[in-house]
Design a protein around this ligand. Structure first.
Ligand code: F3S
Length: 389
């Protein structure tokens, strides 16, 4: 790989041991992907920081970087941890408080912004063609597909190394030629019983190419967030071109085939039926809620009164509890269980429920796999209706 003089000095240890170690990691990974050079980045987003997911080995890896003097060279945000940072939730268990606190202390010490969220684009919106090094598949696919930025799906250690060096390897989705969509997916109007998360799960499961997605229904940005995160969960996509949304010029289009996605293809992704008398956990906020979604949730609840059946969990970035305090308080008064800076996928929950009902295909995918829970997919309105009727 060709390195600039500065990068060579970094690799040779002239900028310190931790920078050398980070550079070595980037060069090795880059060479494995056939990268001929590195590229500077302006924002790193570090995933894999939840103790519940990374365990002792991961904790020691992060602590090691910190103790050796690791410091962010570029703006760096962090993914959710495994505790509720506001201490409001009755659903999320703060089982690994001590271990998570050690990780958090190291992240703060390295100068990372402690947003604890999977929607880092809310804190710093990427620019078109801007190179990033982001972990968190849902954020990566949103950055590439909606903002037209350029990032691969990085693992936590690579994003960490990119933060410390300010570089990533120039390969994959950083290169325009690799951002070519070759399959047109046509999504006709769907019945209300089929939420957009099911479409995402089907795409991830069945489509290997970068798709060009033509959706006939009018959908808002938050539904695209659900669609994209769901396809990145059940598949390995880092980019899905959405007609009319993805900025032109940030991808190439050579359509060779087209597929109509019909309702019956999506039915297997809708999950389990709710049995009479089941104890329900309604869950929204995967990926974390944008403030507009928080307001939408509040409006829905104002119409229906309050949560009366089971629980309704909403997960949000840590800082909302200060910035949107009044909304958070009213939602809590209406019976919503708010967890900040975490989610049930990267944490543990206090007790089992008979079934989780969620609007997120990604949450459905992982809650089944990781926690072995029964899950049903529904629209946001249906989730609220179920618990607030
Ligand atoms: Fe975010 Fe957790 Fe979903 S990290 S994308 S809310 S699985």
């Amino acid at each position: 790989m060709h390195l600039t003089k500065e990068q060579e000095k970094m690799l040779n240890g002239e900028y310190g041991e931790v920078v050398a170690k980070s550079m070595e990691l980037l060069v090795r990974v880059g060479e494995a992907y056939g990268a001929e050079r590195l590229v500077s980045i302006s924002h790193a987003h570090v995933s894999g920081i939840s103790y519940s997911n990374i365990g002792r080995y991961g904790l020691e890896f992060i602590l090691d970087f910190y103790k050796r003097g690791g410091k962010a060279r570029v703006f760096t945000t962090v993914n959710p941890g495994c505790i509720d940072y506001c201490g409001l939730s009755q659903v999320v268990e703060n089982k690994f408080l001590e271990e998570q606190s050690k990780i958090d202390m190291a992240l703060h010490g390295m100068g990372f912004r402690p947003v604890y969220t999977c929607i880092p684009y809310y804190y710093r919106a990427p620019l078109i063609d801007e190179h990033l090094a982001w972990g968190e598949s849902s954020a990566v696919i949103f950055a590439n597909s909606v903002y037209g930025a350029r990032t691969n799906r990085e693992g936590g250690p690579v994003a960490l190394a990119s933060s410390i060096t300010g570089y990533t390897y120039y390969a994959g989705l950083h290169i325009l030629e690799n951002r070519k969509c070759s399959l047109l997916l046509i999504i006709p109007p769907l019945p209300s019983s089929i939420p957009i998360g099911a479409v995402g799960l089907w795409i991830g499961d069945n489509i290997k190419e970068i798709p060009c997605i033509r959706i006939w229904d009018e959908r808002d940005l938050y539904e695209y967030k659900i669609l994209l995160s769901s396809m990145a969960a059940s598949g390995s996509h880092g980019l899905g071109v959405i007609e009319g949304v993805t900025p032109r010029g940030t991808y190439l289009e050579e359509l060779e085939d087209k597929v109509y996605v019909e309702s019956k293809m999506l039915e297997p992704y809708l999950g389990e039926d709710i049995q009479r008398g089941s104890e329900i956990l309604g869950y929204i906020g995967c990926p974390h809620l944008h403030p507009e979604e928080l307001i939408k949730l509040l409006r829905l609840l104002r119409r229906r009164g309050k949560v009366r059946r089971g629980r309704l969990l909403a997960t949000i970035p840590r800082e909302y509890v200060n910035t949107f305090r009044d909304i958070v308080l009213e939602l809590r008064a209406r019976g919503v269980d708010i967890a900040c800076g975490t989610c049930p996928v990267v944490s543990t929950i206090r007790r089992q429920y008979d079934i989780v009902v969620t609007n997120s295909g990604k949450a459905a995918f992982y809650l089944r796999r990781i926690h072995g829970l029964k899950v049903k997919l529904a629209s946001l309105e249906e989730v609220v209706d179920l618990v607030a009727r």
